[in-house]
Ligand binder design. Sequence first.
Ligand SMILES: NC(=O)c1ccc[n+]([C@@H]2O[C@H](COP(=O)([O-])OP(=O)(O)OC[C@H]3O[C@@H](n4cnc5c(N)ncnc54)[C@H](O)[C@@H]3O)[C@@H](O)[C@H]2O)c1
Ligand SMILES: O=C(O)CC[C@@H](O)C(=O)O
Length: 529
Amino acid sequence: MTKPVVLLAEELSPATIEALGPDFEIRHTDGADRSQLLAAIADVDAILVRSATQVDAEAIAAAKKLKVIARAGVGLDNVDIKAATQAGVMVVNAPTSNIVSAAELTVGHILSLARHIPAASAALKAGEWKRSKYTGTELYEKKIGIIGLGRIGALITARLQAFETQILAYDPYVTSARAAQLGVQLVSLDELLEQSDFITIHMPKTPETVGMIGPEAFRKMKNSAYVINVARGGLIDEAALFDALQSGAIAGAGIDVFVKEPSTDLPFFGLDNVVVTPHLGASTEEAQEKAGVSVAKSVRLALAGELVPDAVNVAGGVIDREVRPGIPLIEKLGRVFTALTHASVTQIDVEVAGEIAGKDVKALELAALKGVFTDVVSEQVSYVNAPVLAEQRGINVRLITTEEVADYRNVLTLRGALSDGSQISVAGTLTGPKQIEKIVGVNGYDVEIPISEHLVVLIYQDRPGVVGTVGGILAENGINIAGMQVSRAQDGNQVLCLLTVDSAVPQAVLDSVREAIDASTAREVDLEG
Ligand SMILES: NC(=O)c1ccc[n+]([C@@H]2O[C@H](COP(=O)([O-])OP(=O)(O)OC[C@H]3O[C@@H](n4cnc5c(N)ncnc54)[C@H](O)[C@@H]3O)[C@@H](O)[C@H]2O)c1
Ligand SMILES: O=C(O)CC[C@@H](O)C(=O)O
């Protein structure tokens, strides 16, 4: 059997390959080389990148088998998440893998600037013993302004508090309670710019944050202020930074990230009061190992068809242990649901009843939709694009939970409204210590039959001899019946007969059954593959 192919498009920690294990074919390419990337991505199941590979709409369109894009790091600026979602491709990252490293590099930049360490080192190596030129400043009792008090901002706060500094922060999305918990004073952006001795930026790059530190912001800063950016290139306007440094509007800057990367000859590189590093925030052994192992685990899960806690374009999140067995069950119920439909679907209710209803069961809704569309569209259906497919078809989807359930611990039901005004439903449960998947209801008829790869659903007028006729036709065609349940409607003499059979039932055989028993419904549900 051929193994799924995982493409490593950048240099990743050796622990990444170890964590992927032996179940994959590993290929390598240089993701920064566009033509190499487009050729290499064509037939792979997963791609692993850092920040130098542009996984944009063109690359995603070229990747016909792609199921997961894994970013061994935090930032996803180099991945077109919208295009991936449309194509059903899961995007995962390693959101906490490198935050400690980035926070420590930021502290490194702050100390380098405060004590002129890189410049003094370069001078001494060049034969100059200059002490007064490199007189610095203590951090003790200084005001540190943090713009963006997220994961890295909080880590920096804790580290700089050890220097007995005063931390100010600007972050419109952080509550004052969270700031108080961190021992930080939340202030307006202007207050932060005007008062801080060191200003360090830790926001994502968004339309709102790009160029936020521009000429006007520099004008508000103290002449003695230092500015640090270990977040993303472009948050600081590079031309304005050059002017501010050259004119003495600020004392200096520490920059790890640039608008264009790699960049080796920006105008401000020539200035003495600048410390620059080539996007080294995550470049530690530990961060690379954590990022590589984390995305390798996510890739394994994603290629096994499972939901991934670190997926950024799937709403499933971490799945509760008790909810997990319901995922393959409800996906199968989704496929049965589709086989039962005879007109377009306008509404789907995913009902979760029983003990698990109190848990986060969003993953069950995604799995149900994945099942519903698996046999409907030719494109790959995943947890990622299943909700998009529902939306595109104008299907209203509701997740309904109730702890009340009559006969079982938990029952999962898909209930649909069709465009001709009719309703369909299929319900299932897991029973016994082996958690056997069973169908326990179809269109309101009660049954209890283990799910198998081949199911036949028949609805007809109740009368003697029908079961024998059905069995006879199937036997004549070499189809063995594994199980059968007949359920009579409460309000009439319609009967539902649900059969599990050992092999697929060809359409011609199904048509003979329909004719012979005058069935209003005769459907085969093939769950193979
Ligand atoms: N240099 C590196 O190698 C490196 C490594 C890791 C992370 N990063 C970057 O560091 C940055 C921070 O990462 P994080 O993990 O702390 O992210 P995070 O999402 O935990 O925190 C970002 C914070 O920015 C805040 N924010 C958003 N818009 C804002 C605005 N307009 N004004 C002020 N605050 C705003 C958010 O509320 C949030 O609290 C990101 O840009 C990330 O890509 C860089
Ligand atoms: O080194 C990298 O790959 C980028 C690190 C960092 O900017 C991130 O977004 O995780």
